[in-house]
Design a protein around this ligand. Sequence first.
Ligand code: 5GP
Length: 123
Amino acid sequence: MATYDPNNVFARILRGEIPCKKVYESEHALAFNDINPATPTHILVIPKGPYVDMDHFSAEASEAEIAGLFKAVGEVARQAGVVGNGYRILANCGRDAHQEVPHLHIHIFAGRDLGRMIGKAPA
Ligand code: 5GP
């Protein structure tokens, strides 16, 4: 399992060292707009605890943290008004998924037709 880097960009956002456009906060989760949105609504929901990715989180987070993160995802989508037309959640984990920031984050994509679930793998 990867070691958590406390200087990753989302850890710095959690500590208030760099700004974000916050849309939601609870005991266990923070949500903010993605800096480089891929869809009209593109929000990141992160646990407040130091977890590298879904593997780390699912193995070591408490049940309260896990419930808190997933409750936050649903609440953020409702607050953003995207439930009616629909949305997609996605969490990249590790190298093959091209995870860029080593703090677990769940993307919420919405605001347009999102197409098929996943592109074909490169040849
Ligand atoms: P990943 O590829 O790790 O699943 O996604 C990382 C996401 O974090 C990208 O969509 C990227 O635009 C976003 N991101 C990277 N740095 C920052 C930042 O400093 N602030 C915000 N709000 N989003 C960031």
